[in-house]
Design a protein around this ligand. Sequence first.
Ligand code: ZN
Length: 279
Amino acid sequence: MPELPEVETVMRGLQTRLEGRVITFAAVMRPDLRWPFPPNLQQRLTGARIAGFRRRGKYILMRLDGGDSVLWHLGMSGRMVLTPTRPNTQTAHEHLVLETDEGWRVGFVDPRRFGSVDLMPTEQEDAHRLLVNLGPEPLDAAFDVAMLSEALSGKKTPIKSALLDQSIVAGLGNIYVCEALFRARISPLRLAHTIPGARAKRLIPAIKATLTEAIAAGGSSLRDYVQPDGELGYFQHAWKVYGREGEACEQCPGAPICEGVSRITQSGRSTFYCPRVQR
Ligand SMILES: [Zn+2]
């Protein structure tokens, strides 16, 4: 499931080829994904110029010069595929296609159909039902120790669950929460209300650095954020604890050596952490 850095790199890939271009053709292959497509979507897209892009949490907003914004959410398995326009290129599970005046074609492919596409006035983006309850952007300067401390005060849930709560901070998912807690040397089991103070001072830079490094990895491993097959955004990235059960972590001092990364289940999802380092 894509998290903030993947969505950011998908957006940057779209930006490289679509920003400033006119949509010359749009096609919708079915009535819905997770929710119905907005009425007359094809007609409302065709002829519009793409003015710019914005990411909010795990959502991409594509702004059209007529004053509307298209909201894209990749869901569990959604992908964007960007290729030069050519006939008969439709692939399986491709539900929406756009072509531009510059000869590029983007297809939204989503086998499980948990993704969504919606249309709204640009000036009402933040009031959209999927965005209105999102917490702060973790890479914004406003997301700081004071803001996080306030959000966590009195919370009796484990810090891992609190960071997955999109109303506390937007865009984090299972992988990057595990990575940020490891970097901050905070146990995922620790109750959220014990974080404000010294731990919040470690956690804020850990979250920002984890996300910034992942976005940079996407930029450096992909040409224009696009894979050779045209798929946007996803990239190879080495996790420090995620998926590394039993391996020695890199933060334990030389001797005695790390007892290995543990895997536990929290709220039905896997958590990876080093119990020696993360307290
Ligand atoms: Zn360790």
